[in-house]
Design a protein around this ligand. Structure first.
Ligand SMILES: Nc1ncnc2c1ncn2[C@@H]1O[C@H](COP(=O)(O)OP(=O)(O)OP(=O)(O)O)[C@@H](O)[C@H]1O
Length: 331
Protein backbone atom coordinates (compact mmCIF):
# COMPACT_ATOMS: atom_id res chain seq x y z
CA UNK A 1 0.00 0.00 0.00
CA UNK A 2 1.28 3.46 -0.80
CA UNK A 3 1.77 5.85 2.13
CA UNK A 4 -0.66 8.33 0.69
CA UNK A 5 -3.48 5.77 0.68
CA UNK A 6 -3.20 5.12 4.40
CA UNK A 7 -5.97 6.79 6.35
CA UNK A 8 -4.71 9.04 9.09
CA UNK A 9 -6.97 11.06 11.33
CA UNK A 10 -7.06 13.78 13.96
CA UNK A 11 -5.59 17.23 14.03
CA UNK A 12 -2.31 15.97 15.44
CA UNK A 13 -2.04 13.32 12.78
CA UNK A 14 -0.30 15.58 10.36
CA UNK A 15 2.18 16.47 13.08
CA UNK A 16 2.63 12.81 13.91
CA UNK A 17 2.63 11.32 10.47
CA UNK A 18 2.68 14.09 7.94
CA UNK A 19 6.45 14.47 8.05
CA UNK A 20 6.73 11.51 5.75
CA UNK A 21 8.81 13.45 3.30
CA UNK A 22 12.61 13.36 3.02
CA UNK A 23 14.22 16.48 4.40
CA UNK A 24 11.84 16.94 7.33
CA UNK A 25 12.95 16.77 10.93
CA UNK A 26 11.59 13.30 11.64
CA UNK A 27 13.82 11.07 13.76
CA UNK A 28 12.67 8.00 11.85
CA UNK A 29 10.93 7.82 8.53
CA UNK A 30 9.99 4.43 7.09
CA UNK A 31 8.75 4.70 3.52
CA UNK A 32 7.00 1.96 1.60
CA UNK A 33 9.03 -0.79 3.30
CA UNK A 34 8.78 -4.19 1.62
CA UNK A 35 10.33 -7.35 3.02
CA UNK A 36 10.49 -10.68 1.22
CA UNK A 37 11.78 -13.83 2.82
CA UNK A 38 13.48 -16.69 0.99
CA UNK A 39 11.25 -19.68 0.28
CA UNK A 40 8.11 -17.55 0.04
CA UNK A 41 6.56 -16.52 -3.30
CA UNK A 42 7.82 -13.05 -4.38
CA UNK A 43 4.21 -11.85 -4.67
CA UNK A 44 3.68 -12.61 -0.97
CA UNK A 45 5.91 -10.12 0.86
CA UNK A 46 6.02 -10.35 4.66
CA UNK A 47 5.89 -6.54 4.76
CA UNK A 48 4.11 -4.71 1.99
CA UNK A 49 4.38 -0.94 1.88
CA UNK A 50 4.90 -0.12 5.56
CA UNK A 51 5.24 3.63 6.14
CA UNK A 52 5.80 5.18 9.56
CA UNK A 53 7.12 8.42 10.97
CA UNK A 54 8.45 9.09 14.46
CA UNK A 55 9.59 12.37 15.94
CA UNK A 56 12.19 12.70 18.72
CA UNK A 57 10.63 12.76 22.19
CA UNK A 58 7.54 10.86 21.05
CA UNK A 59 6.32 7.29 21.30
CA UNK A 60 4.80 5.46 18.36
CA UNK A 61 2.72 2.42 19.25
CA UNK A 62 2.40 -0.42 16.75
CA UNK A 63 -0.61 -2.69 17.19
CA UNK A 64 -2.07 -5.50 15.14
CA UNK A 65 -2.88 -9.18 15.26
CA UNK A 66 -0.24 -11.86 15.69
CA UNK A 67 1.74 -12.32 12.48
CA UNK A 68 0.81 -8.88 11.08
CA UNK A 69 4.48 -7.88 10.79
CA UNK A 70 5.11 -5.76 13.89
CA UNK A 71 8.33 -7.54 14.92
CA UNK A 72 9.51 -7.84 11.32
CA UNK A 73 9.18 -4.05 10.96
CA UNK A 74 11.27 -3.63 14.12
CA UNK A 75 13.90 -6.08 12.90
CA UNK A 76 14.10 -4.31 9.52
CA UNK A 77 14.79 -1.00 11.30
CA UNK A 78 17.45 -2.69 13.44
CA UNK A 79 19.02 -4.31 10.38
CA UNK A 80 18.36 -7.72 11.92
CA UNK A 81 16.16 -9.35 9.27
CA UNK A 82 16.47 -13.13 8.88
CA UNK A 83 19.24 -14.51 6.65
CA UNK A 84 18.41 -14.09 2.95
CA UNK A 85 15.62 -11.54 3.48
CA UNK A 86 15.29 -8.82 0.83
CA UNK A 87 14.10 -5.36 1.83
CA UNK A 88 12.89 -2.52 -0.40
CA UNK A 89 11.68 1.01 0.27
CA UNK A 90 13.51 3.35 2.63
CA UNK A 91 14.32 3.55 6.33
CA UNK A 92 15.67 6.98 7.20
CA UNK A 93 17.13 7.57 10.66
CA UNK A 94 17.81 11.30 11.04
CA UNK A 95 17.82 11.41 7.25
CA UNK A 96 20.35 8.57 6.93
CA UNK A 97 19.27 5.65 4.75
CA UNK A 98 19.67 2.50 6.86
CA UNK A 99 18.84 -0.07 4.19
CA UNK A 100 21.82 1.07 2.14
CA UNK A 101 24.22 1.03 5.10
CA UNK A 102 27.04 -1.55 5.10
CA UNK A 103 26.67 -4.13 7.91
CA UNK A 104 29.75 -2.78 9.69
CA UNK A 105 28.16 0.70 9.98
CA UNK A 106 24.84 -0.82 10.99
CA UNK A 107 26.65 -2.64 13.81
CA UNK A 108 28.02 0.68 15.02
CA UNK A 109 24.52 2.14 15.03
CA UNK A 110 22.99 -0.81 16.89
CA UNK A 111 23.25 -0.47 20.64
CA UNK A 112 24.56 3.03 20.11
CA UNK A 113 22.07 5.20 18.19
CA UNK A 114 19.31 2.57 17.95
CA UNK A 115 18.57 -0.05 20.58
CA UNK A 116 15.93 -2.68 21.14
CA UNK A 117 14.29 -4.26 24.17
CA UNK A 118 12.83 -7.70 23.49
CA UNK A 119 9.87 -9.44 25.11
CA UNK A 120 12.07 -12.20 26.50
CA UNK A 121 15.03 -10.65 28.37
CA UNK A 122 17.20 -13.76 27.94
CA UNK A 123 17.22 -12.99 24.17
CA UNK A 124 19.47 -10.06 24.98
CA UNK A 125 21.34 -11.41 28.03
CA UNK A 126 24.26 -13.80 27.88
CA UNK A 127 23.89 -16.39 30.67
CA UNK A 128 27.65 -16.89 31.12
CA UNK A 129 28.63 -13.22 31.55
CA UNK A 130 28.09 -11.08 34.64
CA UNK A 131 25.50 -8.36 34.54
CA UNK A 132 28.16 -5.71 35.15
CA UNK A 133 30.18 -6.80 32.12
CA UNK A 134 27.11 -6.96 29.91
CA UNK A 135 25.83 -3.50 30.79
CA UNK A 136 29.37 -2.08 30.58
CA UNK A 137 30.11 -3.65 27.19
CA UNK A 138 28.29 -1.15 24.95
CA UNK A 139 29.90 1.68 26.91
CA UNK A 140 33.38 0.30 26.24
CA UNK A 141 32.57 -0.62 22.65
CA UNK A 142 30.72 2.47 21.50
CA UNK A 143 31.73 5.19 23.94
CA UNK A 144 35.36 4.15 24.41
CA UNK A 145 35.12 4.11 28.22
CA UNK A 146 37.81 2.28 30.17
CA UNK A 147 36.88 -0.75 32.29
CA UNK A 148 36.58 1.13 35.58
CA UNK A 149 34.57 4.04 34.14
CA UNK A 150 32.28 1.67 32.19
CA UNK A 151 31.59 -0.36 35.36
CA UNK A 152 30.80 2.80 37.34
CA UNK A 153 28.38 3.91 34.61
CA UNK A 154 26.86 0.39 34.45
CA UNK A 155 26.23 0.58 38.19
CA UNK A 156 24.58 3.98 37.77
CA UNK A 157 22.37 2.66 34.95
CA UNK A 158 21.28 -0.35 36.99
CA UNK A 159 20.36 1.92 39.87
CA UNK A 160 18.48 4.13 37.41
CA UNK A 161 16.29 1.20 36.31
CA UNK A 162 15.61 0.23 39.92
CA UNK A 163 18.01 -2.66 40.62
CA UNK A 164 18.60 -2.54 44.38
CA UNK A 165 22.20 -2.88 45.68
CA UNK A 166 23.47 -2.46 42.12
CA UNK A 167 27.13 -2.14 43.15
CA UNK A 168 27.02 -5.50 44.94
CA UNK A 169 25.18 -7.20 42.10
CA UNK A 170 27.46 -6.23 39.22
CA UNK A 171 29.20 -9.60 39.53
CA UNK A 172 25.96 -11.61 39.54
CA UNK A 173 24.75 -13.64 36.53
CA UNK A 174 21.38 -13.31 34.76
CA UNK A 175 19.90 -16.43 36.40
CA UNK A 176 20.38 -14.79 39.81
CA UNK A 177 17.75 -12.15 38.97
CA UNK A 178 13.96 -12.36 38.69
CA UNK A 179 12.22 -11.98 35.32
CA UNK A 180 11.27 -8.38 36.07
CA UNK A 181 14.81 -7.53 37.16
CA UNK A 182 16.23 -9.16 34.02
CA UNK A 183 13.96 -7.00 31.87
CA UNK A 184 15.16 -3.90 33.74
CA UNK A 185 18.75 -4.97 33.08
CA UNK A 186 18.10 -5.26 29.33
CA UNK A 187 16.59 -1.77 29.45
CA UNK A 188 19.75 -0.52 31.20
CA UNK A 189 21.83 -2.13 28.42
CA UNK A 190 19.65 -0.63 25.70
CA UNK A 191 19.88 2.82 27.26
CA UNK A 192 23.61 2.65 28.01
CA UNK A 193 24.65 4.78 25.03
CA UNK A 194 21.59 7.04 25.21
CA UNK A 195 20.16 5.91 21.86
CA UNK A 196 18.13 8.26 19.71
CA UNK A 197 15.66 5.48 18.94
CA UNK A 198 14.50 2.72 21.25
CA UNK A 199 12.35 -0.12 19.95
CA UNK A 200 10.48 -1.98 22.69
CA UNK A 201 8.86 -5.15 21.31
CA UNK A 202 6.25 -6.34 23.81
CA UNK A 203 8.65 -5.33 26.63
CA UNK A 204 6.33 -6.20 29.49
CA UNK A 205 4.11 -8.99 28.18
CA UNK A 206 5.73 -11.62 30.39
CA UNK A 207 5.48 -9.51 33.56
CA UNK A 208 2.78 -8.95 36.15
CA UNK A 209 0.69 -5.79 36.01
CA UNK A 210 2.58 -3.85 38.67
CA UNK A 211 5.99 -4.51 37.08
CA UNK A 212 4.49 -3.82 33.66
CA UNK A 213 3.41 -0.37 34.76
CA UNK A 214 6.73 0.38 36.49
CA UNK A 215 8.73 -0.52 33.39
CA UNK A 216 6.45 1.38 31.01
CA UNK A 217 6.58 4.42 33.31
CA UNK A 218 10.35 4.13 33.35
CA UNK A 219 10.56 4.01 29.54
CA UNK A 220 8.06 6.83 29.24
CA UNK A 221 10.14 9.02 31.57
CA UNK A 222 13.30 8.24 29.60
CA UNK A 223 11.69 9.21 26.30
CA UNK A 224 11.01 12.63 27.75
CA UNK A 225 14.30 12.95 29.61
CA UNK A 226 16.58 11.94 26.71
CA UNK A 227 14.25 13.15 23.93
CA UNK A 228 14.47 9.66 22.51
CA UNK A 229 11.96 8.35 20.04
CA UNK A 230 10.36 5.08 21.09
CA UNK A 231 8.51 2.47 19.08
CA UNK A 232 6.30 0.50 21.45
CA UNK A 233 5.03 -2.75 19.97
CA UNK A 234 2.17 -4.19 21.98
CA UNK A 235 -0.91 -6.30 21.55
CA UNK A 236 -2.39 -4.44 24.52
CA UNK A 237 -4.46 -1.50 23.28
CA UNK A 238 -4.77 -0.08 26.79
CA UNK A 239 -0.97 0.10 27.08
CA UNK A 240 -0.67 1.73 23.66
CA UNK A 241 -3.46 4.14 24.46
CA UNK A 242 -1.74 5.23 27.68
CA UNK A 243 1.88 5.35 26.55
CA UNK A 244 1.88 6.21 22.82
CA UNK A 245 1.48 9.64 21.26
CA UNK A 246 0.90 8.11 17.84
CA UNK A 247 -0.21 4.70 16.69
CA UNK A 248 0.10 2.55 13.58
CA UNK A 249 -2.31 -0.34 13.06
CA UNK A 250 -0.88 -3.27 11.11
CA UNK A 251 -2.73 -5.98 9.24
CA UNK A 252 -1.16 -8.71 7.10
CA UNK A 253 2.14 -6.90 6.57
CA UNK A 254 0.72 -3.42 5.91
CA UNK A 255 -0.10 -0.35 7.97
CA UNK A 256 -3.82 0.13 7.51
CA UNK A 257 -4.25 3.18 9.71
CA UNK A 258 -2.06 5.60 11.62
CA UNK A 259 -2.26 8.92 13.40
CA UNK A 260 -2.39 10.48 16.84
CA UNK A 261 -3.38 7.69 19.24
CA UNK A 262 -6.32 9.44 20.84
CA UNK A 263 -7.73 10.42 17.44
CA UNK A 264 -7.34 6.94 15.95
CA UNK A 265 -8.88 5.27 18.97
CA UNK A 266 -11.70 7.81 19.22
CA UNK A 267 -12.54 7.83 15.51
CA UNK A 268 -11.11 4.72 13.84
CA UNK A 269 -11.33 4.96 10.06
CA UNK A 270 -10.37 1.45 9.05
CA UNK A 271 -12.71 -1.51 9.63
CA UNK A 272 -9.87 -3.55 11.15
CA UNK A 273 -9.09 -0.85 13.74
CA UNK A 274 -12.77 -0.75 14.65
CA UNK A 275 -12.73 -4.53 15.00
CA UNK A 276 -9.65 -4.43 17.27
CA UNK A 277 -11.22 -1.78 19.48
CA UNK A 278 -14.55 -3.62 19.61
CA UNK A 279 -12.77 -6.83 20.68
CA UNK A 280 -11.02 -4.89 23.43
CA UNK A 281 -14.31 -3.35 24.63
CA UNK A 282 -15.93 -6.77 24.61
CA UNK A 283 -13.15 -8.03 26.91
CA UNK A 284 -13.76 -5.14 29.30
CA UNK A 285 -17.51 -5.71 29.57
CA UNK A 286 -18.51 -7.20 32.94
CA UNK A 287 -19.12 -10.91 32.60
CA UNK A 288 -22.38 -12.19 34.07
CA UNK A 289 -21.86 -15.86 34.96
CA UNK A 290 -24.42 -18.38 33.73
CA UNK A 291 -26.20 -20.74 36.19
CA UNK A 292 -23.80 -23.51 35.13
CA UNK A 293 -20.73 -21.29 35.74
CA UNK A 294 -22.14 -20.29 39.15
CA UNK A 295 -22.54 -23.99 40.07
CA UNK A 296 -18.93 -24.67 38.94
CA UNK A 297 -17.70 -21.75 41.06
CA UNK A 298 -19.58 -23.13 44.11
CA UNK A 299 -18.00 -26.59 43.55
CA UNK A 300 -14.54 -25.04 43.21
CA UNK A 301 -15.02 -23.03 46.44
CA UNK A 302 -16.18 -26.15 48.32
CA UNK A 303 -13.16 -28.09 47.00
CA UNK A 304 -10.78 -25.30 48.06
CA UNK A 305 -12.33 -25.21 51.58
CA UNK A 306 -11.95 -29.02 51.92
CA UNK A 307 -8.31 -28.79 50.78
CA UNK A 308 -7.61 -26.04 53.35
CA UNK A 309 -9.06 -28.20 56.17
CA UNK A 310 -6.93 -31.17 55.01
CA UNK A 311 -3.77 -29.03 54.91
CA UNK A 312 -4.49 -27.66 58.42
CA UNK A 313 -4.91 -31.21 59.74
CA UNK A 314 -1.63 -32.30 58.13
CA UNK A 315 0.11 -29.28 59.65
CA UNK A 316 -1.22 -30.09 63.14
CA UNK A 317 0.07 -33.69 62.84
CA UNK A 318 3.59 -32.60 61.90
CA UNK A 319 5.96 -33.39 64.82
CA UNK A 320 9.28 -31.93 63.60
CA UNK A 321 9.43 -28.31 62.40
CA UNK A 322 10.75 -27.97 58.85
CA UNK A 323 14.01 -26.25 57.89
CA UNK A 324 14.12 -22.45 57.98
CA UNK A 325 13.00 -20.87 54.75
CA UNK A 326 14.91 -17.85 53.53
CA UNK A 327 12.34 -15.46 52.13
CA UNK A 328 13.79 -12.79 49.89
CA UNK A 329 11.83 -9.56 49.78
CA UNK A 330 12.83 -8.82 46.19
CA UNK A 331 10.15 -9.44 43.53
N1 LIG B 1 12.33 -16.10 10.57
C1 LIG B 1 11.19 -16.16 9.87
N2 LIG B 1 11.11 -16.92 8.75
C2 LIG B 1 9.98 -16.98 8.03
N3 LIG B 1 8.85 -16.30 8.33
C3 LIG B 1 8.87 -15.54 9.43
C4 LIG B 1 10.03 -15.43 10.26
N4 LIG B 1 9.74 -14.59 11.27
C5 LIG B 1 8.45 -14.21 11.10
N5 LIG B 1 7.94 -14.76 9.99
C6 LIG B 1 6.60 -14.54 9.44
O1 LIG B 1 6.49 -13.15 9.17
C7 LIG B 1 5.17 -12.69 9.45
C8 LIG B 1 5.22 -11.51 10.38
O2 LIG B 1 5.75 -11.94 11.63
P1 LIG B 1 6.01 -10.97 12.84
O3 LIG B 1 6.82 -11.73 13.84
O4 LIG B 1 6.57 -9.69 12.35
O5 LIG B 1 4.53 -10.74 13.38
P2 LIG B 1 4.05 -9.95 14.68
O6 LIG B 1 3.01 -8.99 14.25
O7 LIG B 1 5.22 -9.40 15.41
O8 LIG B 1 3.38 -11.13 15.50
P3 LIG B 1 3.35 -11.39 17.09
O9 LIG B 1 2.42 -10.36 17.66
O10 LIG B 1 2.80 -12.77 17.20
O11 LIG B 1 4.76 -11.26 17.60
C9 LIG B 1 4.41 -13.88 10.01
O12 LIG B 1 3.65 -14.44 8.97
C10 LIG B 1 5.49 -14.83 10.44
O13 LIG B 1 5.05 -16.15 10.33
Amino acid sequence: MNATTIPSNGSNASNATGANVPGTDALLCVEDLQVRLPGLPPDQPILDGVSLTLQAGRTLGIVGESGSGKSMTALAIMGLLPEGARAGGRILLQGRELLALPEREMQTLRGNRVAMVFQEPMTALNPVHTIGNQVAEPLRLHQGLGRRAAMAEACHLLERVGIANAAQRLSAYPHQFSGGQRQRITIAMALACKPDLLIADEPTTALDVILQQQILDLLDGLVEEHRMGMILISHDLAVVSEYSDDVAVMLRGSVVERGATQAVFARPQHAYTRQLLAARLHMLEPHVPSAEEQAQERDAAAGAAAAAVWEAEQGARAVEPGPDVDVEGQP
